[in-house]
Design a protein around this ligand. Structure first.
Ligand SMILES: Nc1ncnc2c1ncn2[C@@H]1O[C@H](COP(=O)(O)OP(=O)(O)O)[C@@H](O)[C@H]1O
Length: 190
C-alpha cells in the first residue's frame, strides 16, 4: 500500500535527527526547482527527495543484512559504508513505503554514487543533494553555478568535488562515481 505524501513525510522525518530532516527538506525544495527547470516530473522528484536518506541512520549491521538477504548490490559492502544507505533506501522505499515507481526507486538508489546512464530524475535528485540551500561545504557555490548551466555540468562539478575530497584524504573512490562522471562528460560532447 502506497503511503500518502504526508504519511511519507511523517514516517521519514521521525527516523532521523532534525538536522538531517532539514537537509531533506532542502533537497525536496531544490529537486522540485531543478525538475521544473530541466523538464523532469516535479512530483516524482519531491517523493524521491523525501525518501532519499530514509536509511541514512540505520545501524550498519542492519544495512548489511538487508543488502545480503535481498540480493542487493553486495559489491557495496567492500566500499565506504556511507554508500550503503542509498541502496537500502531504495529497497525499503518499495518494501516498507509502497513506492512502486521505478524512476523514483532508481533516483533514490543512485543518489550518492551516480551511475552510467543516469536518468533525468536520477540527475535531479543527485544534484539537489549537492546544492540544497543548507549545504555550505567549500566549492558548493561553483556547483550551484554549474547547476544553472545544465544538470550535467552541475553533476560533473559535484562529483569532481567528492572525488577531489576523497583523493585529498587518500580514501577509496567507488569506481561507479568516476564512470558516472566520465559518462556525463561524454554526454556533453555528444
Ligand atoms: N564515490 C564515492 N566513493 C567513496 N565514498 C563516497 C563516494 N561518494 C560519496 N562517498 C562518501 O559518502 C559520504 C556521504 O555522501 P552523501 O550521501 O552525499 O552524504 P551527505 O548527504 O551526508 O553529504 C561522502 O562524504 C563520502 O565520504
Amino acid at each position: 500500500m502506497a503511503l500518502s505524501r504526508e504519511e511519507l513525510i511523517q514516517a521519514v522525518s521521525s527516523q532521523m535527527p532534525a538536522k538531517r530532516w532539514k537537509h531533506t527538506q532542502g533537497v525536496m525544495e531544490s529537486a522540485v526547482i531543478l525538475a521544473e527547470k530541466y523538464g523532469a516530473d516535479p512530483v516524482k522528484a519531491d517523493i524521491a527527495a523525501i525518501l532519499h536518506d530514509v536509511a541514512k541512520y540505520w545501524p550498519v549491521a542492519e544495512m548489511e543484512a538487508v543488502i545480503r538477504d535481498n540480493g542487493l548490490n553486495a559489491e557495496l559492502l567492500s566500499h565506504d559504508k556511507q554508500l550503503w544507505h542509498s541502496e537500502v533506501g531504495a529497497f525499503v522505499a518499495e518494501r516498507d513505503y509502497g513506492v512502486s515507481d521505478s524512476e523514483i526507486i532508481n533516483a533514490i538508489r543512485w543518489h550518492t554514487s551516480g551511475r552510467v546512464g543516469m536518468s533525468l530524475l536520477d540527475k535531479v535528485v543527485c544534484l539537489a543533494d549537492y546544492i540544497e540551500p543548507g549545504r555550505d561545504f567549500p566549492g558548493v557555490e561553483h556547483i550551484r553555478e554549474q547547476a544553472q548551466r545544465s544538470l550535467e555540468e552541475g553533476l560533473i562539478a559535484g562529483f569532481d568535488s567528492t572525488i577531489s575530497l576523497l583523493l585529498s584524504q587518500r580514501r577509496v573512490i567507488y569506481p561507479l562515481t568516476v564512470l558516472s562522471r566520465n559518462d556525463l562528460i561524454a554526454q556533453l560532447h555528444n
